[in-house]
Every structure is written in structure tokens, then in C-alpha cells.
Ligand binder design. Sequence first.
Ligand SMILES: O=P(O)(O)OC[C@H]1O[C@H](O[C@H]2O[C@H](CO)[C@@H](O)[C@H](O)[C@H]2O)[C@H](O)[C@@H](O)[C@@H]1O
Length: 262
Amino acid sequence: MTVATTSADAQALKDALARLAATPRLLVALDFDGTVSPLVDNPSDSRVLPEARAALTELERMPDTWFAFVSGRPLANLVRVTEADDEVLLIASHGVEVRLEGGAVDVGLDDDEQARLAALSARLDAIVARTPGSKLEHKPVGLGLHTRGVPAEAAARADEAARDAAREVGGTFLERAGKDILEFSVRDATKGDGLQRLRRHVDATGMLFAGDDVTDEDGFAALGHDDIGIKVGQGETRARFRVADPDAVAGLLSQLVSLRRR
Ligand SMILES: O=P(O)(O)OC[C@H]1O[C@H](O[C@H]2O[C@H](CO)[C@@H](O)[C@H](O)[C@H]2O)[C@H](O)[C@@H](O)[C@@H]1O
């Protein structure tokens, strides 16, 4: 993948990182898939790149410095793939599930939400059965139809059928199209809500947030003037900066560690 950035952009990012490294209370919040972990066919195989992991471990040890994963994955799944210890702050299910110090909140679906999810799940199962290579992911507040590796036309047909199914079930489903995944949720929190929650929790004076997907745009929208938003890869974005891939994110995290150590 090529991502066009000029040397002026690269210098501006370097300068912004140096300023952020000097902030009194620093929060580093990272999307997981496609940001610190390269995209892979089987979601349970995803892991944080070693360089990023080393940098995050260093950040965790520094005073007045916190890091968090902010992901669309369910919380239990996110804990497993990130191998996060109990200290790591986690925002999961696109902002619905939150684990700050003191444990996670219970999402507690009501009867109507449970019934609508069950009805949609049955319909999506039928779509998966006739779409080889697709998979249905069950999440605490929604369902994700995965089509990675499915030929484009068949994937588009499956997505369209899934949208029809959600309309048939009725009520409000928040629809999110990500990378080879179409999700339907009965709750409407966003990663932006998650970042605000984290900012308040640690009383951050500066924040870095990096993400690669459309749902990360809600996160970029929640950033302030003294924060840094980094889009990973191609696509439209409101982030101020852009890097090519998870390796580049890992490199930036290492730079941030060195700068903050100083
Ligand atoms: O917010 P994120 O941390 O980026 O999570 C978004 C979704 O990530 C996972 O799916 C994506 O990554 C998989 C592994 O690389 C890939 O196989 C899939 O095609 C991608 O859509 C995860 O499985 C989903 O639950 C997340 O919503």
C-alpha cells in the first residue's frame, strides 16, 4: 500500500509528537485491528506487533502516562488478543463496553434488545450458510457479518441481504461498515464517547489516538487542538496526520517513548 505523505507532513508529525511528549498527563489510545496489529484472515490470530508491545510496556511504566485500547471487539475478546494486563484501560464494542480501573460495566440488554438480536442472528445465520467463506460474530450488543476472503460480488449480496434482514426485524440497529465486516448494534455508543470517558478518567492534558477504519473517525472527531489524531492507511479522514501501516505506528510509539523519557 502506498500512502502519500510529504516530508513537511512527516516533520509536522515529528514536531507534534515532541510537543505531546512534554504534556503533563499523557494518554495514548489505540485502535487494535489494522493499527497495532496487521489485518489477518482469522480474527483470533491477531496480536500486537512486538515493537508496539515493547513501546506500550515502556509507556505503562512511566509516571503520569496511560495507554488504552479502543476497539470494536467485544471486551473479553479484546483482553485475549491484546494480552492486556489488569492495568490497561479498555474501551470495547465501539465504546459500549468500558474497563477502567475497578472493572468493567455490565451492558445488561433488556428483553426487547435480546429478542431483536436473536431474530437478526437467525436471519444472518441463513445468509452465512449460503455465502461460503463468510462468518457471523456474536458481540455483547450486536452482530458482525465477516466477509474477508469472500468474492466481492457475493460479499455485496450478503451485505445487502443482511441490511434487508435488519429492516425486517425492525426497531433501530446501528449499522457500521468496517473492513470486510458489516455490524448491527442495538446500542449506539461510539469510540468518540470512549475517548471522552478515558480523557476524564485520567484527566489527560494531551492525547494521541490512532486508527485505521471508518469507526475510528468518531474518535478523531473527539480530539482537541493539543491532541494528535493519526489515520493508518488510506481513506478519507479527519485525522490531522497519516501513516502507512501498523509498522509505522509501532515506530511512532517507540519515538514517543524516547521523547517522553527525555
Ligand atoms: O476497532 P478495531 O479494533 O479495529 O476492531 C474492528 C473489528 O476488528 C476485527 O475484524 C477485523 O480484523 C480481523 C482480524 O485482522 C479481520 O479478519 C476482519 O476482516 C476485520 O474486519 C474483529 O473481528 C471485529 O469484531 C471488530 O469489530
